[in-house]
Design a protein around this ligand. Sequence first.
Ligand code: C5P
Length: 223
Amino acid sequence: GAAQDLAGLKVIVSAGPTREYLDPVRFISNPSSGKMGFAVAEEARDRGAQVTLVTGPVNLPDLQGVRVVRIETALELRDAVLEAAQDAAVVVMTAAVADYRAAERSGEKQAKVAGDVTVHLTPNPDILAELGQHKGDRVLVGFAMETHAGVERAALKAQRKNADFILLNYPTREGTAFGGDDNEVTLVRPDGSHEAWPRLSKREVARRLLDEAAQHLAAGTRK
Ligand code: C5P
């Protein structure tokens, strides 16, 4: 079996997309499959962690030995993650959180009208940044998808959100990121130092991610 280097530690993982409802039957979302987050949850479980997986709507079954919390909206994700993260050692945010939600969610299905309509969107809270504001001893890990200036932007993101490191991936590489079973990521630290990993299965990415997190735990990361 796997090394039990996370035995007894609480690990929180977020996964999948969020749905931001405009009315009871229409929403804004994205094609996140949840596979990366589920792989991290499985790997953490196999290394002895007590795992909570908070996931948006995905076509993946519950994982044995993992507490799975199913949510839909970014606000629900926030509540579930902040609650679970209180005494966590590691938080890994793989969820593709929608940046915006409807400023007003209609309780009734909106009727079709002639001509254009305008939807008023309001920003969602940044959950990783909120966790970073009260970081304590927790190791915080983010993901970022960039189409250009990836390393620089990811390093700035890690700084701004007070994350220990970010795994940068690219939406344009065939068979990786959204929906794929593989991922090709670059580990980026807030100081800009980075390591490009080869194309790997999401499970292997999860393994390396948790290796890095375990090193940060051992070193102590209070900021
Ligand atoms: O969307 P962005 O590139 O800022 O995402 C970077 C990281 O921040 C991801 O790990 C994502 O899960 C997290 N995030 C979050 N809350 C948001 C937006 C992103 O926790 N509202």
